[in-house]
Design a protein around this ligand. Structure first.
Ligand code: SF4
Length: 363
């Protein structure tokens, strides 16, 4: 048996594959075999259910001290696109969202690293959102933001997380992982959290009972080995903590970033990475396709490559659109349902903990 055949056989049988086998899978171009193995794993975990949720994204600010070359969202305060929401702005957005989105179950909030806002600003925002929507799940702040808060507040990561949890934070989105390799980070995001800091925030959150997602940003300066190692690092963390709810991979969008000379990876590459991720991450239950990063057609195709979650309605997205994403900034529930049904799968509306909410298949 070749190493590719061994890896596919192991994957289909629910056995863990190692680094060399994962790398061999990447070098296989039999995309349909990869899809079949990834789908077998997905079906063992979630049958033919495909999850989605009704959520609203809020970005508090795009003013950032970090200046990461990979980013088209962060800017300086004097630039014309700079914005920062004050508490009353967030309250107004939340009130408007309730009116426009009666089925809302989750607020998803990530932002840049503002140079002047104190940690108390973020705690007050969490309190304000929870005061208006006590039963809505608040998923907020990437590990990069949490590390920034610890620095500006002179607190430990654990103290920051305890404080936010006490104010009403329910989970972390897990962004900013990019590729967990400091050689790569030195090139794409030299001033933001290191690999070790990202891992420290995630494991501390998990140990405090704050679940997170796991992410990967691929298709910039990293090698395939670094992508595979990134996935294995996530798998190792999950073995220790069990705190990752879902994995989501983002293709890098180069427009308006310091890497404009690069081209966005192909659909073939997207689908291959999704399938390989599903195969490697045997201990993470859900693999999510962020349709706004992938486009709706690729997100729909990804359902045949091991994805079981199309994420949410989003409503407004600024970060990836600053980098040239051409997707809509929001989608209706009816659109998600019809995308899923067309693939022969069963759409299931979920809350953030993947508990089914409405009748299966229904609006
Ligand atoms: S990636 Fe995040 S930390 Fe880096 S510049 Fe953009 S907003 Fe700031």
């Amino acid at each position: 048996m070749t190493m590719i055949e061994t890896a596919l056989t192991k994957a289909k049988a629910g056995k863990r594959i190692n680094f060399a086998e994962a790398l061999a899978l990447y070098h296989s171009n039999d995309l349909l075999e990869l899809a079949a193995a990834a789908r077998a794993i997905k079906e063992r975990k979630t049958g033919s259910h495909i999850y989605y949720n009704v959520n609203r994204h809020i970005n508090l600010t795009n003013i950032c001290v970090s200046g990461c070359p990979l980013c088209a969202f962060g800017c300086k305060a004097e630039q014309k696109q700079a914005f920062t929401l004050e508490i009353e702005d967030v309250q107004r957005i939340v009130h408007d969202t309730i009116k426009q989105t009666p089925d809302l179950t989750e607020i998803h909030m990530v932002s840049a690293l503002h140079p002047d806002k104190p940690f108390s600003y973020y705690v007050d925002i969490v309190r304000a959102v929870k005061q208006i929507l006590p039963n809505i799940h608040l998923k907020a702040f990437t590990p990069v933001e949490i590390a920034h808060f610890a620095k500006i507040a002179g607190l430990s990561v654990q103290q920051v997380l305890e404080c936010l949890k006490e104010a009403g934070l329910d989970s972390l989105p897990g962004g900013g992982a990019e590729i967990l390799d400091d050689e790569v980070r030195k090139v794409i995001c030299p001033n933001k959290a290191t690999t070790q800091q990202w891992i420290e925030v995630i494991t501390t959150a998990h140990n405090l009972g704050i679940p997170t997602n796991a992410t990967m940003l691929y298709g910039h300066v990293e090698t395939i080995e670094q992508r595979i190692q990134h996935l294995i690092t996530l798998r190792d963390i999950q073995d220790q903590t069990g705190g990752f709810q879902a994995f989501v991979a983002f293709p890098f969008h180069p427009d308006h970033t310091g890497f404009e000379h690069l081209t966005r990876v192909t659909t073939w590459e997207d689908l291959k990475m999704i399938a390989i991720s599903r195969i490697i991450l045997d201990n993470i239950d859900h693999v999510k396709a962020f349709w706004m990063m992938l486009t709706l057609p690729i997100a729909q195709l990804s359902l045949a490559f091991g994805v079981d979650d199309l994420d949410g309605t989003v409503v407004e997205e600024k970060i990836i659109h600053a980098a040239g994403a051409k997707t809509n900034k929001g989608i209706t529930k009816a659109e998600i349902i019809s995308l899923v049904e067309e693939t022969g799968n069963i759409p299931v509306e979920r809350d953030t903990f993947y508990r089914p909410l409405s009748r299966i298949g229904g609006i």
